[in-house]
Design a binder for this molecule. Structure first.
Ligand code: ATP
Ligand code: MG
Length: 177
């Protein structure tokens, strides 16, 4: 049992098919900022529309909010470009995690880099182990790998019960983006 107040950097993973992985991570960001902590968010996938969270956090002190991924496409001819962009984002993530400038780092949609074998489990575990003591790390994305789940301190799986997408309701501003 860890005593209350003992400072320990945790690895948190939000995964699963239901909605709420990224928004829960942003809730952690809000909580940490309110505690005066320094935060970095790196988004590995850029959605179709500019998000409310990117607009909001861009104007906030204490947080560096970086959307570095490309749009999510796996068309064969774009694949190389997607991989190259993801690898660049990965290099930035390593630099940020290891810089000791942040108390909390969020790697949003990072699991896709593992799913598509752009990075290996070993590379991710090395990054996790190389971070400054006390730094919290939040990783989101579907299908978190077994190795990541094993290494994480906290794993939450969002379960899909119902989503408006399944009855053809399009993404809504302020809810999805
Ligand atoms: P959010 O960013 O809203 O917390 P998420 O991070 O859990 O969602 P992602 O897998 O990153 O979900 O997908 C991002 C987008 O896809 C969001 O607009 C989200 O509403 C939508 N989405 C999430 N889950 C589903 C689902 N089961 N079916 C259809 N669309 C979904
Ligand atoms: Mg997400």
């Amino acid at each position: 049992v860890v005593a209350t107040g003992e400072k320990r950097g945790l690895v948190l993973v939000n995964t699963g098919p239901g909605k709420g992985k990224t928004t829960a991570a942003l809730g952690q960001v809000t909580r940490a900022l309110g505690q005066g902590m320094r935060v970095c968010v790196i988004q590995f996938i850029k959605g179709k529309w500019p998000t409310g969270e990117a607009a909001f956090f861009a104007g906030q002190p204490g947080v560096d909010f970086l959307t570095l991924g490309s749009g999510f496409t796996w068309e064969a001819e774009k694949r190389q470009e997607v991989v190259a962009t993801a690898l660049k984002a990965w290099e930035v993530a390593k630099e940020k995690v290891q810089s000791a400038s942040y108390d909390l780092v969020v790697l949003d949609e990072l699991t896709y880099l593992l799913t598509y074998e752009i990075i290996s489990d070993q590379e991710l575990l090395e990054l996790i182990d190389s971070r400054p003591q006390g730094q919290h790390l939040v990783i989101t994305g579907r299908d978190a790998s077994e190795a990541l789940v094993a290494r994480a301190d906290l794993v939450t799986e969002m379960r899909l019960v119902k989503h408006p997408f399944s009855v053809g309701i399009k993404a809504q501003k302020g809810v999805e983006f």
